[in-house]
Design a protein around this ligand. Structure first.
Ligand code: HEM
Length: 428
């Protein structure tokens, strides 16, 4: 299937509008979110997934292009068939990665079974009932401290002052990373997910960008690998000790696997939850009626509010899959080797699944969003923790600084992958 086939099939007037959409062009991602959502709505009306050329990033040969899966049904179908649509050829990058990057970023999210299942089994210890109880208590303590501090210091920028701090502290605590290393983890995970944002990656030279990414990955890896070596001989009850020392089945992570896992945690667990919290404040400020509903009965309404924040904001915009054989999804054919980009951010606005999909409605029920991924082996490992962090942060904020609200427009990250907010003025 070629792009022109789609346009022909679709009719000339709308085709012209769709023809203007180029998901590879950074200018598209710099447009206001509402405009981008209108474009995705047009892509959802196409009879088949649209095809886009890949960017030429110069450090690897230009790839064959990719199909944009934009409907809820297509994203679900590709997620639930990992044997047909694999992650192992890259889940978080559209161009294939140069081999030296795999050492840093080749984590479980870009693996297939049996390797994926092996690593997931080991790291799932982080999410055992005992660990969960421990981090739930910790989330409460940290969120309360953050609110103590903003009450004492006064409001400035919500992202570094509130939204970024909770997930960073929780992940570092879980792994046993000392407080002295937090800033390094924070700065370098920002670089890894910088997209094309000039504030974070002040270059458009791909060789230089690749160098910056490798340096950032190495910095995060060094911290945890040093700790891992120490914890092999001096175990405590932190997660690093659990990962580097054999479990009852005799399994443990190698240094390299530990390093890549921590890069994944630092990135997947930090930036996503941070953005969900920042978007949440923005959404409750823009929708005071929804805030009233939440505060009317916080405990009853907060689970729905958290799901709706994740649906509406879709902090992770997409993941990639690659077809392993000639096959089809919902009647559309794909060939072995085709790259498919699963746009969660579009599936979460699919009007055939979500009534008034552009409306932020915390009472939405059911809310079958795919913000944490579709059904399948890679479904977000930290979904429970993320839900907990968002819940507790808003409980602390809305009960102890009830006037809290944004005081200006979000300063958005220029990225096609993370729906990020870099800075958010606020007040209370
Ligand atoms: C609102 C917050 C979050 C969002 C929106 C989010 C979203 C996602 C998505 C879309 C995936 C990929 C699913 C797929 O490929 O099918 C994923 C995977 C993952 N997430 Fe999250 N995530 C969040 C928070 C967290 C947290 C707090 C952690 C860890 C503490 C975490 C750890 C992971 C890991 C380890 C994976 C890879 C799982 C695998 O490959 O088996 N995430 N997440």
């Amino acid at each position: 299937m070629e792009p022109n086939d789609i346009l022909f099939a679709w009719g000339s007037t709308m085709a012209a509008a769709v023809d203007d959409i180029d998901l590879t062009d950074w200018d598209f991602w710099a447009r206001p979110p509402a405009e981008r959502h209108t474009a995705f709505a047009a892509l959802r009306r196409l009879p088949a997934p649209a095809f886009f050329e890949e960017p030429d990033i110069t450090i690897v040969p230009r790839g064959p292009g990719y199909y944009a899966l934009v409907t809820h049904a297509d994203v679900i179908e590709a997620s639930r068939r990992p044997a047909d649509f694999c992650s192992g050829q890259g889940a978080v990058n559209i161009p294939d990665m140069p081999p030296d990057m795999n050492e840093y970023f080749g984590s479980m999210i870009s693996m297939d079974d049996p390797r994926h299942a092996h690593i997931r089994r080991i790291v799932s210890r982080a999410f055992s009932p005992r660990m969960i109880q421990r981090f739930e208590d910790q989330v409460q303590t940290v969120a309360a401290r953050i609110v103590d501090e903003i009450r004492a210091d006064g409001p400035s920028d919500f992202v570094p002052q509130v939204a970024a701090r909770l997930p960073l502290k929780i992940i570092c605590d879980m792994m046993g990373i000392p407080e002295s290393a937090y800033q390094t983890v924070f700065d370098n995970s920002n670089i890894i997910l910088a997209g094309a944002d000039p504030e974070l990656v002040p270059s458009d030279d791909y060789v230089e960008i690749a160098g910056q990414l490798l340096t950032a990955g190495q910095a995060i890896k060094d911290i945890v690998e040093d700790l891992g070596r120490f914890r092999r001989d001096n175990p405590t009850d932190d997660l690093t000790s659990a990962l580097v020392n054999a479990n009852i089945d005799g399994e443990s992570l190698t240094d390299q696997e530990l390093g890549s896992f921590f890069i994944l945690l630092a990135v997947a667990g930090n930036e996503t939850t941070r953005n969900a919290i920042a978007h949440g404040l923005h959404l409750f400020t823009a929708n005071p009626g929804q805030r009233d509903i939440l505060l009317d009965d916080f405990e009853r309404n907060v689970p729905g509010a958290v799901e709706e924040i994740v649906r509406y904001a879709s902090p992770v915009i997409w993941m990639r899959r690659t077809a392993t054989r000639d096959t089809e999804i919902n009647g559309n054919a794909f060939r072995a080797g085709d790259k498919l980009i699963l746009y969660y951010w579009s599936a979460n606005r699919d009007e055939t699944v979500f009534e008034r999909s552009d409306v932020f409605d915390i009472t939405r029920d059911p809310n079958p969003h795919v913000g944490f991924g579709g059904p399948g082996p890679h479904f977000c490992l930290g979904a429970h923790l993320a839900r907990r962090e968002i819940t507790v942060m808003f409980r602390e904020l809305f009960t102890r600084v009830p006037g809290v609200r944004t005081a200006g427009e979000p300063d958005r990250l220029l990225s096609n992958f993370i729906n990020g907010i870099k800075h958010l003025p606020y007040d209370f």
